[in-house]
Design a protein around this ligand. Structure first.
Ligand code: GDP
Ligand code: GDP
Length: 443
């Protein structure tokens, strides 16, 4: 599920009541973060057709013995790292308290979008309290009654307005295969790498490209297609180039088209010619793909022209890793688009990379993994002091982005960060996918 919502607020405002209403009986996951807190509740929430993962922070405060504010901040920090949208809840009958305001101020400085939710608004008793929250500068306060189930449609609208991309995605998850959004796939590469030949091979015969046939439609730059029941929208950069009449060198133009297609795509197939593989422009496209946060699969075409395939493949891997460290472990598929031999291995590699790109690793699992990693190699000394790692959560997917909470913020030595990132790739199958790590200072 790709939309994650955290419910935040001081005790007794109704967080648990809302959580229960959103999740109903669908309580799915319970995470325990080693050494940090006791259980935190997570579940699969729903309002109408909108589905999401919801994290309830209620009850965490008992686990700490600092001030209430410090406790709230700590629980919030953790939930926020994982959330796409935060609901800051307060009790509209009681009105805003200084603690609510203080909390809102802090949340405004974070990058996660916030919806201010005025609870206990059944009847009219909450209205004056709801209006007070305009002064927080977090937009229109959404009045609800968690207990009576009122105002949830407004809440849904507010969520969809803040996270349009995410809610569309979540819609796909909810509706299952039929309404599945297409996987956005681009095939890029230098001129004559064989992009057109490959695309024709993948989607069927040449004639299918010229007229709309069952299941395939195309506009100037993209082709809607199904692979094994998965809808795919294929960006055809060779097709783009033919459409354009701009007078520039072909090579540059193909790369420029490729770079543009990378922006649209979720997975990029970089197609290289086996007889002149991975030249500078290929590496530019590969680097750009990963820097843009897209999943990458390398296709080596014209395999039929080689007699020393395995030797060439070893050489390729070596060169790739020398010249583009981020591309370590990227899937490489060799085939002949012309004869069709080996092309059937391409789409399974694409789907696998797409799944890895969308992965959500539960926090409990990550922290068990982290414990093993730090036990095997303890974090280094920084300025004579042991660098303390507190915990790890996955902040986002598409691409997978992790937040590492540490005692001292952004000073983790590069080598240790690489150790963790490479370890994450190994442990969770993230080959071909950019993995991002953010360091956060934990209070
Ligand atoms: P939490 O500590 O934020 O999780 O708050 P709870 O969900 O435990 O709710 C605190 C109290 O507020 C409980 O007594 C709830 O029954 C009550 N409550 C929750 N939502 C509403 C609501 O919409 N209207 C009213 N009147 N009471 C509510
Ligand atoms: P594009 O510019 O990347 O779209 O490349 P094309 O698909 O137009 O192919 C360029 C040339 O390479 C054409 O002459 C193709 O027939 C040839 N070609 C494409 N794939 C293969 C292949 O797998 N093996 C061989 N031997 N030739 C190929």
């Amino acid at each position: 599920m790709s939309l994650t919502i955290a419910i935040l607020g001081r005790p007794n405002v109704g967080k648990s009541t809302l959580f229960n209403r959103l999740v109903g009986k669908r309580l799915a996951l319970v995470d325990d973060l080693p050494g940090v807190t006791r259980d935190r509740r997570e579940g699969e929430g729903r309002i109408g057709t909108l589905r999401f993962r919801v994290i309830d922070t209620a009850g965490l405060e008992e686990a700490f013995d600092d001030s209430l504010e410090a406790r709230m901040r700590q629980q919030t920090e953790m939930a926020l790292a994982e959330a796409d949208v935060a609901l800051l809840m307060y009790d509209a009958r009681a009105g805003l308290t200084p603690l609510d305001s203080h909390f809102a101020g802090w949340l405004r400085e974070q990058s996660t979008p916030v919806i201010i939710v005025a609870n206990k608004c059944e009847g009219r008793a909450g209205e004056p309290g709801r209006l007070e929250a305009y002064e927080l500068g977090l937009g229109d306060p959404v009045g609800i009654s968690a207990e009576h189930g009122e105002g949830l449609v407004d809440l849904k609208d507010a969520i969809e307005a803040l996270a349009p991309e995410r809610t569309k995605r979540a819609g796909r998850d909810a509706a299952g295969e039929e309404a599945e959004k297409p996987l956005l796939l681009a095939v890029v590469g230098r001129p004559n790498a064989g992009k057109s030949t490959l695309i024709n091979r993948m989607i069927g015969e040449d004639r299918l490209l010229t007229g709309p046939e069952a299941g395939i439609t195309r506009d100037s730059i993209s082709i809607n297609w199904q692979w094994n029941g998965h809808p795919v929208r294929l960006f055809d950069t060779a097709g783009m180039r033919r459409k354009s009449r701009v007078n520039r060198k072909l090579e540059k133009l193909a790369v420029a088209d490729g770079l543009r297609a990378v922006q649209f795509a979720e997975v990029v197939v970089l197609l290289a010619d086996a007889t002149q593989p991975l030249e500078r422009q290929d590496l530019v496209l590969a680097r750009q793909t990963l820097e843009e946060g897209r999943a990458l699969v390398i296709g080596i075409n014209k395999w039929d022209l080689l007699d020393d395939g395995p030797e060439v493949m070893r050489e390729l891997r070596y060169r790739l890793e020398q010249q583009l460290a981020q591309a370590r472990g990227v899937p490489i598929v060799a085939f002949s688009a012309l004869t069709g031999r080996g092309v059937d291995k391409l789409m399974p590699a694409v789907i696998k990379a797409y799944k890895a790109w969308n992965i959500r690793v539960p926090t409990a699992r990550l922290n068990r993994w982290l414990e093993e990693m730090t036990a095997r190699h303890p974090p280094p000394l920084v300025n004579g002091r042991r660098f303390r790692i507190r915990y790890l959560t996955q902040a986002k997917s598409r691409p997978p982005t992790f937040a590492l909470f540490t005692s001292s913020g952004g000073e983790l030595p590069d080598a240790y960060e690489r150790y963790l990132v490479n370890g994450l790739r190994e442990a969770f199958g993230l080959q071909g996918v950019p993995v991002r790590m953010m360091l956060r200072k934990s209070h």
